[in-house]
Design a protein around this ligand. Structure first.
Ligand SMILES: Nc1ncnc2c1ncn2[C@@H]1O[C@H](COP(=O)(O)OP(=O)(O)OP(=O)(O)O)[C@@H](O)[C@H]1O
Ligand SMILES: [Mg+2]
Length: 252
């Protein structure tokens, strides 16, 4: 990493009022997202690769937290572990006070469906379905069907500012609009935790800001906890906190 990049990230973290001291980890599980001693090691024939090194982290309910860091530093790996998409080699993860690292696959799938909304960089929309059908499909997975699903999908698309685009296919939407459909999908079932991996990476600055403002509004109005991985320094001003990952070590 270059000295300039190091200085830039230092000043970003400081400008967000981040003393480089450790978070105060509470002894009870109070935070919405909590990692205790999370490690990820991958063993191949040639080498042992430690991707995450003893991560302790606590994100408070209703906060919007950004995780930054250079490419390959372990951000997606950590996010996937915190969302229950990947099992860590060591350590514990608690979401909304419940330990997910000891859940069975079925329990975890159910927990994820009810409590977590995940937003991907490349939107992950079904290309053959319209905006509203994409949201309805996500509702169907959560057991909401028929007219109720249609009504709810309509309301969610209105909430993300796409009331007039409900019948359009993804290919006829802009990047920012596609990402808003993806956010509407992630919001189905009213999750308390929203996680996003580089949600603004494919967007221009203006659309990126709109998407961030939308996520911030959700965090503040609905008490959702939002964790966003990003490379994008343009959206940092909308976060409550910024953490920084380097070589598998988390700094805050
Ligand atoms: N299944 C795997 N097998 C081997 N190495 C892996 C595996 N998954 C991740 N890695 C390695 O772990 C490191 C961290 O990867 P990760 O995708 O978490 O980084 P990142 O910070 O999200 O990077 P980017 O900003 O480019 O998305 C990288 O060096 C990557 O090559
Ligand atoms: Mg990544």
């Amino acid at each position: 990493m270059t000295k300039e990049f190091e200085q830039m990230t230092d000043s970003i973290i400081q400008s967000h009022n981040f003393a480089k001291s450790k978070y105060q980890m509470s002894s009870t599980i109070a935070g919405a997202i909590v990692a205790k001693g999370v490690e990820m090691v991958i063993n191949s024939k040639q080498q042992r690769l430690q991707i995450l090194k003893e991560i302790y982290w606590e994100i408070q309910k209703g906060d919007i937290e950004i995780l930054m860091g250079p490419s390959g530093s372990g951000k997606t790996t950590l996010l996937s572990i915190l969302a229950g998409l990947l099992t860590p080699t060591a350590g514990n993860v608690y979401l909304l006070g419940e330990e997910i690292t000891t859940m069975s696959r079925t329990e975890l799938a159910r927990f994820r469906r009810h409590h977590i909304g995940f937003i991907f960089q490349d939107f992950n929309l079904f290309p053959a379905l319209t905006a509203i059908e994409n949201v309805e499909a996500a509702l169907n997975v959560k057991g909401i069907r028929g007219k109720l699903a249609r009504k709810e999908a309509q309301a969610l698309l209105e909430q993300v500012g796409l009331a007039d685009k409900t019948k359009q296919l993804p290919r006829d939407l802009s990047g920012g609009q596609k990402q808003r459909v993806a956010i509407a999908r992630a919001l189905t079932g009213h999750p308390q935790v929203i996680m996003a991996d580089e949600p603004t990476a494919a967007l221009d600055s203006h659309s990126g800001h709109l998407v961030m403002e939308l996520l911030r509004g959700l965090a503040k109005e609905q008490g959702c906890t939002v964790l966003i991985v990003t490379h994008d320094p343009r959206i940092l001003d909308l976060a409550d906190r910024v953490a920084y990952m380097e070589d598998g070590v988390l700094k805050y």
